[in-house]
Design a binder for this molecule. Sequence first.
Ligand code: BDP
Length: 600
Amino acid sequence: MLYPRMNDKRSVISLDGVWRFCLDDGTHQGDIDEDFIAHNAEIISVPASYNDQKDEPRYREHCGWAYYERRFTIPRFLVGQRLVLRFDAVTHFARVFIDGRLVKEHKGGFLPFEVELDGIVEAGDDFLLQVAVDNRVSHSTLPVGNEEGTAFFGSDNAGVPSVEAAKVWRTKRNLPNFDFFNYAGINRSVRLYSTPKDHIRDIVLVPSIDGEDGIVDYCVETVGDGDVSIDILSREGDVVAHADGRTGRIVIAHARLWNPYPDDPYLYTARVTFAEDRYDERFGIRTVKVDGHRFLINGKPFFFKGFGKHEDSAIHGRGFDLAYDVRDMSLIRWLNANSFRTSHYPYAEEIYDLADEQGVVIIDETPAVGIGAGLSTDPYATFDIRSHHEDVIRDLIARDKNHPSVVMWSMANEPDSEHFPESARDYWTSLYRYTHSLDPQDRPVTFVCCQNNYERDLATREMDVVCINRYYGWYNLSGDMDAACHAWNIELDFWQGIDKPLIVTEYGADTLPGHHLTVPEMFSEEFQVMYYERTNAELDRRDFVVGEHPWNFADFNTIQGVYRADGNRKGLLTRDRKPKMAAHYFRRRWGGIPNFGYKE
Ligand code: BDP
């Protein structure tokens, strides 16, 4: 799916701004009731989560439908053009109405969807746009909600003997099976864009390297009549190669490669022309491959220095915030990092553009978090998760396939892979094959494994890269780093025998900024630094460990619960991006670790 870009053939009009909004009272269930909305509507900002825009608790606690509306007039000068309404992300389920008529339903809160307006409205029309949004999570959504009445770190234990109170606790409550606040609403931009009627539908670019030359195998999908031609432009805008036809191979002589910063993340542009349409897609010449226990970018062994992140900020919630994203890119460089994982859902498309440009490597994750966690039944046999999971993987790859920054797909975070090991292995290996089959660049595929009994787990070892989240010294062996390091080594001996590259995709300790101790105990800044120093010393001794991603880049908001004081505090930075001592520690450490050849 192409990102909406403006040029001399295409226009993009933003529908972001102040919309009218109201929460459902539980009686409308996603249907539009004009009177109800008219009586209850108030202002809300789009894009942004609705939860933290108001001071009444019902916005944070809401479970169910909410309604957005605004009027819009399509400029008459767009007569004769194809018109498309595009939602970058509505969390988690959307129903779109135009003048009261349902025109689209979409499941999944982190990927774009479109409404073709042909036959619905025309240039010059003024219309009412309404969006019903459902924030409920369950065993059939991704991320997963735990319908049995337990929430991540929350507790419905009412004490003795009040069973009735526990029932009240569960009523109309979202029970996320994940550790980030369930921010909802129109979280990303809404746009109307136009293209010529005969148009370019998609562009697929597959780069490779042949000696000094860059190769691009390409395919252009079109609708209507016309011829396709493609120019490759250098960063300076010069045409360096050309081809005609819908599919083909282009050779860029003496190509410059896309490399992670501080090397040059060089980008070319594929300028595709078809009939009256035109589209510019940026791309990089780079290859990705797993070879034994090494992860190769452009044929060289790469070391991942970075973190799991979140899209999370004050007031916006999970809403798109470009200034935060630009600042985060700057902080990634300040930290001497080179990568991050889009834990635990696909991020806004603009972030991938920034990463391409800034030379930051991405592990691109689906919103499949919480599958089977805390259940006593086999989630793979019990719940109907597969078809939605496949849809999400398909749409993620369709959206992100051309980004040079994306070097690996993560199908999920911390699904249960231990309690029903055969069933989990069957599910994950077949989804792994499915993911490989969809990716034109055939990048490595993985899922991120929960702290578990890794000897029982049969799925994690089948992935291209072993990705493990481990909390030795925090949730396990709390505060005792001698014992934690001992446990690490026992586990690392096991993975050494599997002989695949391993990335520690999460490890960390909650840390209260400004809490200092001479004796480094848990929650102090000194403990966080010691935790990482001790753990990293063990990881450094293993050459199959090809990456370290502390959890998390920054503190982030979560559901309230006994384990969370003002959210998850494992950030190297505070939520408003001030460095803790551990940020300075990693900045020094990573400053001494090269992108390539660290453990050679
Ligand atoms: C891991 C999860 C992550 C949590 C983290 C934690 O993958 O989402 O935030 O633990 O507890 O299990 O801090």
